[in-house]
Design a protein around this ligand. Structure first.
Ligand code: NAP
Length: 438
């Protein structure tokens, strides 16, 4: 008998865990579950549609799917189609790799006004994640857009809002999102950080893209830039210095050169969303830095904006029975161990940090612990889950089904667009039904 493993979540953390488990527990059988019919987690649903090269890592995950003993069970949601307790009863080892997708809230008055769109919905909308279409933002009257936060997701959102139809067509953005963005009368986009440029968590390559936008000019007030990055921790200093150089170059830009302006504004935090039913502006508090800490100055200012996307991080959505660390918004764990036989990897373990490759190291480290714990075979495994899902009428999407969906999406691609994603589960199932009928 072989050890039966369930990995919940088919993003990078899940695939790297699967790969490492195949090496550490020879002969184990691995079921990779995903609530969506499509695999690859944030590489498909989170990575920006114009960052196609980042998505090449999918080729590696496809190879893992083809390995002996590995199955994809798409369209199977933990807490929806199978409970946490049932999974524990069915599998010798459960690895939770479902990420963190609940957006953190700003907690300012007016946050629920129309025009304020949470990051999960906004990113899901441009990445054609099933369900996100229902949350499509109304950009028709948007002249000013504010993105709160100084991480790479903020840069993704601001950059995509600033791109032209031709620029957007060179990626796999959902066509309705591209159409809405390019039809919107946006002239000003603000990227707001509550601390300074040195404290921002931008990555140099992502920040550098703001130099080359066709119709948008990035602007920085030179007065907000420190002379150097000496405020940064020693280990981070070189990275921060490079970002500072980019910002200094942007600070020499002129506002009149292009029709869209992207304002990088530091040391400011939202205090209220203005307007009645719909957002018309944002009130912000100016901060000053005390060391690396932001301290409110008491001075406020306003900007005109009809759209705001807070990109300030994510939390795990709690699942019945699962130990939860509500303060950190992660699955409660000690170095990846949750409880006997249950482990956690990726964002669900450590919070929303790191790039795709970070998960390789993280998952491998947890798999070392799993192997050290010496799991024994004995539970029903995939056969048991198949029976349960059949009884519940769950339509499971396996690897062969995914490949049919993948081929259909690629066939819908045009010119530089590698694929046009199917944006609803119904559309995906219809493709499978028509293939089966052919
Ligand atoms: P992030 O890098 O943690 O940035 C979150 C930002 O939100 C920080 O600037 C943080 O400021 C700010 N923030 C948090 N709470 C706030 C509040 N209450 N008010 C105002 N600002 C607040 O998170 P992320 O951008 O969501 O990215 C998540 C992970 O994905 C990161 O590791 C990122 O590098 C990665 N990613 C990578 C790429 C890529 O292309 N390489 C693209 C997208 C995402 P403080 O620092 O002051 O807390």
């Amino acid at each position: 008998m072989s050890v039966a493993v369930a990995i919940v979540g088919s993003g990078p953390a899940g695939f790297y865990a699967a790969d490492a488990l195949l090496g550490k527990l020879p002969g184990c059988r691995i079921d990779i579950l995903d609530r969506l019919p499509t695999p690859f987690g944030l590489v498909r649903a989170g990575v920006a549609p114009d960052h196609l090269s980042t998505k090449n890592v999918i080729r590696l995950y496809e190879k893992i799917l083809d390995k002996d003993g590995v199955r994809l069970l798409g369209n199977v949601g933990l807490g929806r189609d199978v409970s946490y307790d049932e999974l524990k009863r069915l599998y010798d080892v459960v690895v939770l790799a479902f990420g963190a997708e609940e957006p953190r809230r700003l907690c300012v008055p007016g946050e629920d006004r129309a025009g304020v769109v949470n990051v999960t919905d906004f990113v899901g909308w441009y990445n054609a994640v099933p369900g996100a279409r229902d949350c499509a933002p109304d950009l028709a009257g948007v002249r000013g857009a504010v993105v709160i936060g100084n991480g790479n997701v903020a840069l993704d959102v601001a950059r995509l809002l600033a791109k032209t139809a031709e620029e957007l067509a060179r990626g796999d953005i959902a066509p309705p999102a591209a159409a809405a963005i390019t039809a919107a009368p946006i002239t000003d986009i603000w990227v707001i950080g509550r601390r300074g440029p040195v404290q921002s968590s931008f990555s140099f390559p992502v920040l550098s893209e703001f130099s080359g936008l066709v119709e948008a000019m990035a602007l920085v007030d030179p007065g907000q830039l420190p002379a150097d990055a000496s405020a940064a921790e020693e280990a981070e200093r070189r990275k921060k210095e490079k970002n500072l150089q980019v910002l200094k170059i942007l600070a020499a830009n002129s506002a009149d050169d292009k029709p869209v302006r992207i304002h990088f504004a530091f040391c400011a935090a939202p205090v209220a969303v203005l307007g009645e039913a719909r957002m018309t502006g944002l009130e912000l508090m100016r901060n000053r830095l005390e060391g690396n800490r932001a301290v409110a100055t008491g001075e406020t200012f306003r900007i005109d904006a009809q759209l705001m996307v807070p990109t300030i991080g994510y939390r795990v959505s709690p699942i019945a029975g699962l130990p939860f660390d509500s303060e950190r918004g992660i699955v409660a764990n000690r170095d990846g161990r949750v409880e006997p036989g249950v482990y956690v990897v990726g964002w669900a373990k450590r919070g929303p940090t790191g790039v795709v490759g970070t998960n390789r190291v993280d998952s491998r480290t947890v798999v070392e612990l799993i192997a050290a714990d010496g799991p024994k075979a004995g539970k029903p495994g995939g056969g048991g889950l198949d029976e349960l899902l059949r009884a519940r009428g769950v339509r499971v999407i396996g690897t062969a089904d995914w490949r049919i969906i993948d081929a259909a999406e690629r066939a819908r691609g045009r010119d530089a667009r590698p694929r046009e994603k199917l944006a609803t589960i119904e559309a995906m199932l219809a493709v499978l039904d028509s293939e089966a009928a052919a």
